[in-house]
Design a protein around this ligand. Sequence first.
Ligand code: S3P
Length: 426
Amino acid sequence: MSSVVVNKCEEFSLEISSIAPDKSISHRSAMFSMLACGTSEIRNFLRAEDTLNSLEIVRNLGATIEDDGEVIKITSDGIKESFEILDCGNSGTGMRLFCGFLSSANGHFVLTGDKYLRSRPMKRVTTPLRDIGAKLDGRADGDFAPLSIRGASLKAFNYNSKIASAQVKSCMILAALRADGVCTYTEPEKSRDHTERMLKGMGADIQVEGLKTTIAPMKELLSPLIIRVPADPSSAFFFAVAAAITPHAKITLQGVTLNETRIEAFKALERMGADITYEMTDDKYEPIGDITVKHAPLKAITVDDNISWLIDELPALSIAFACAEGVSVVKNAEELRVKESDRISTVVEGLSACGIETTEYEDGYTVTGGTLNSATVDSDGDHRIAMSFIIAGLRCGMEVTDLDCINTSFPNFFELLQKITKVEFN
Ligand code: S3P
């Protein structure tokens, strides 16, 4: 499947209970199970390329995995040297978290990924890890994969990160669990906190005070992780935008994590005028519930803080900007340039192709709301760009090319989309 033509849709009213399970939590579930004594049980694991790669890495590191299609049971008696090169595919989360996870493990490990991941910066994790004694290397002095890791003893640290990144934070928390003393990690802005929540839930000694996380080394193995992965708000958001931009549309997205670090894009859409309600139904490692979005006329907004809380949703939010009245502004978002694609360029180029006025800056862009025109947009191998422009097509019709990337995070995306509109694959 290399391209799709999406047709303009009519009003719809839908409840969706099968949004893809959360990618961040699925990666972590597979990996953290190896820190437990006993068998972890993961329900609703995301069976998409990125997270299945993490599961395969865990298997290659010696864990026993039983999978009956419903529950994935993971048992480990310690990290073993792998005969295989560990392939993270397209996933920055997989690669950066495994760097911290393996830095203190006994043995030698090689991490690689697809051509996109091998072009993404890794010094943000290899530098702080090397500073505490880790032995890592890679192309460009450790900035690009393939990366090799020789497990070593790690020194305790107090690290002040300049980047608000949950990947960097999680990498360093995983390293801290095996360091030779209590460690602190301070971030400039709070990033998503699944690592802290899940490891604490498993019994790790982790304290969070504002932007500072204090981690005591593990004295013993943790309790098994027993988790049902909630739906991914970043995936749900494509359908939230679909409802917000379609006159008279309404959608309820069920079983989504309502973690405040993950639903900022829904709050931004609310600020634009969309009618959104949240109903909490569960609260274990994460608050979980249903989000209902109803169309209303949209107005432009500025997004310039808490960027890490909506970093993955900015491409889809930009489609809402294009349908709003006025000029929307995104600032302080330079991190967008080092995602699965340079998302400042891919969003601006895609919207321009659809006849929308944009301005590009180093750390952001503006979008002047107007009329979206049908166009052909290439995803540049980035799943979130592909899905965002497919959603734009609900307004005007659209051809989107290079679609295989959607399988990295949302394999049933088209199945759900076909409840709203007609699509033709080429
Ligand atoms: C993720 C963190 C974010 C996000 C990515 C998943 C995670 O990256 O963009 O899709 O699971 O930790 P950064 O933490 O680098 O911003």
